[in-house]
Design a protein around this ligand. Structure first.
Ligand code: ADP
Ligand code: MG
Ligand code: MG
Length: 503
């Protein structure tokens, strides 16, 4: 029957290819049936590829899948085919990667700017306050991180109304999917080689994506700069992690390419096992060269004082931290908003051409306190659809949209006492990307949906003192979600992994 099935696929592909123009409703209906049958044939092939090549996540429906490695895995939520994305907008995003690497590095070194920009947030957001405390303590103790490693992902949407590529945010901590992002690109290449004809898709339109190796390269170079060959990379992880295979891929690649060892510990385990000898970090007797955080970005990552002690200990160590506390803070949404103020970005990017290019990617961003804020708050209350209200949080699922923007802003305004709470948020222009039609695949079941996409461009950066060792654009990731969903994260359950088809 395998032969018969291949035969049938060929017939279906033929049928689609020879029907260039759909004549009438009857034919349209028939074509839809043909497409459905074809997709039903392709989906198992895609699922087999994903499973055999490690494009997998923990299966939430199976108990222990976030802790038991190798048990309870399911293919990552994905788009069966890549989604169209204009080549010029893609190139624009790619070309911004090294500029944003430099921007983050410069902002991170302006301690006064960081402290002042986050001062009002600090008063009302205890999480940001704790991060700033660590930052302050490092300054007081005169501890400077000589080697800075950045593994960033800058996210963009293509705003339909203006046709412009606008930045959603930049992630400086735990930027995920360099691993699975590389794999979805490979899967799409394979599926297009095999079935592309029927869908009018060509492999030439798929950009190279080496995100996984680029992240591994940056980690390896940081280890080399650190200079202790017996030391290992410490990946700081969650106790439970549905996205652990993305992390294991990086560790595996590091071993295959260099070879470099990775150990995994939670912040609680670090608290119990870590010690400093003359600032040199050890887990038990094992020396550590690079601390790579895939945890530590959300309040829930610090359930007790022990985790905060662990973060502080790691920060005080001489190991390379990715990110250091100052890189972590430089990626805050409040900093993004402050940089968007007239003249602020330009202070960090004296080259006018570069500053102009970077600023072009900024969406409208507003502070909810200080000069001019009353006016923009009024505007957001009366036209909430045009805005997104964002707290200083990472990891998805935290933003406020639509009518909730009005209600929340009114609530915050009502009580004089509470007014300070406005500082916990920033306001952002809502972007509306072009709507595509995509075959989304979750838990083995596909559906054809109206979708919007968000492009992430990875960037790797390594500086040792004054010497910039590495500053690269490091691959990409497209995330696609149904068009009527507000939020976007894959791990948070809103979006699927995708790759761009350049048009
Ligand atoms: P997080 O750090 O939690 O990922 P983001 O700023 O990326 O925070 O917001 C989460 C998601 O919300 C994004 O992936 C995107 O889908 C959506 N989103 C954020 N900002 C905007 C915006 N200005 N316009 C439209 N959607 C947005
Ligand atoms: Mg983020
Ligand atoms: Mg995000």
């Amino acid at each position: 029957t395998a032969v018969m099935r291949e035969d049938r696929i060929d017939k279906l592909v033929d049928r689609v290819e020879t029907t260039s123009v759909v004549q009438d409703w009857e034919e349209e209906k028939e074509m839809r049936m043909v497409m459905k049958e074809l997709v039903d044939h392709i989906v198992p092939e895609a699922l087999a590829w994903a499973s055999l090549n490690g494009l997998v996540v923990g299966d939430k429906s199976i108990k222990g899948s976030g802790t038991n490695v190798g048990l309870g895995m399911v293919h990552a939520p994905l788009s069966l085919f890549p989604t169209s994305f204009p080549q010029n907008a893609f190139m624009q995003a790619v070309q911004l990667a090294t500029d944003f690497n430099i921007l983050i590095d410069r902002v991170s070194q302006d301690t006064q700017f960081l402290q002042e920009a986050l001062a009002s947030t600090q008063k009302v957001d205890s999480f940001t306050a704790r991060l700033l405390d660590i930052h302050s303590q490092m300054l007081e103790e005169g501890l400077k991180q000589e080697i800075q490693l950045g593994l960033h992902r800058s996210d963009y949407m293509l705003d339909m109304a203006t046709g412009s590529l606008l930045q959603v945010e930049i992630n400086t901590i735990s930027s995920s999917f360099a691993g699975l992002g590389s794999l979805i690109s490979k899967l799409h290449r394979y599926l297009i080689e095999r079935y592309g004809d029927a869908f009018g898709l060509k492999v030439e339109n798929l950009p190279e994506n080496n995100a996984m190796d680029a992240f591994a390269e940056a980690l390896a170079l940081a280890w080399k700069e650190f200079g202790d060959t017996s030391a290992v990379v410490l990946m700081v992880v969650h106790k439970e992690e549905g996205n652990m295979y993305d992390q294991y891929w990086l560790a595996l690649r590091l071993w295959e390419l260099y070879p470099q060892k990775v150990i995994r510990r939670t912040l609680a385990e670090v608290a119990a096992e870590a010690k400093l000898r003359d600032r040199q970090l050890f887990i038990g007797e094992q020396a550590v060269s690079v601390v790579y955080y895939r945890s530590g970005y959300a309040p829930a990552d610090y359930p007790s004082e022990a985790e905060w002690m662990a973060r502080l200990l790691l920060e005080r160590s001489s190991a390379v931290k990715c990110p250091s506390i100052s890189y972590h803070l430089a990626g805050a949404k409040k900093i993004q908003q402050e940089l968007a103020k007239p003249g602020v970005l330009e202070r960090f990017m004296p080259d006018r051409e570069v500053a102009r290019k970077v600023r072009k990617s900024f969406a409208g961003l507003w502070s909810l306190e200080g000069e001019g804020s009353a006016q923009v708050i009024e505007e957001a209350i009366s036209n909430p659809q045009a805005f997104v209200l964002k707290p200083q949080r990472e990891g998805g699922g935290n933003n406020i949209y639509g009518a909730d923007v009005s209600t929340t802003l009114r609530e915050l305004q009502k009580d004089e006492e509470q007014q300070g709470l406005l500082a916990a948020y920033i306001l952002m222009q809502r972007m509306f990307p072009t709507i595509s039609s995509s075959y989304l695949l979750r838990n083995g079941i596909w559906s054809l949906e109206d979708t919007v996409s968000e492009l992430g461009i990875f960037g790797t950066y390594l500086r040792n003192g004054h010497n910039v060792v590495l500053n690269k654009e490091a691959g990409h990731l497209l995330r696609t979600k149904v068009s009527n969903s507000d939020e976007g994260g894959v791990a948070a359950g809103f979006a699927v992994l995708d790759s761009p088809y350049l048009t």
